[in-house]
Design a protein around this ligand. Sequence first.
Ligand code: ZN
Length: 73
Amino acid sequence: MPIYEYQCQACGHTMEAMQRMSDQPLTICPQCEQAQLQKIISRSGFQLKGEGWYVTDFKDGKHKKDTGTSSSE
Ligand SMILES: [Zn+2]
């Protein structure tokens, strides 16, 4: 069963929930009880960097972080 990560948009509370794919996503924050919970797509999912490579890259399995001849030195 996959574990989903949620973050409350109202109070910032984060939580994890084990759910089936077919389960309804949670919406009610257990902390402030507002329906502001949003599912976080985390880890190997999407990277919101807006460069367009991430979708195909994700399907390939892993990304390379070592394009690193940039200016870190
Ligand atoms: Zn909350």
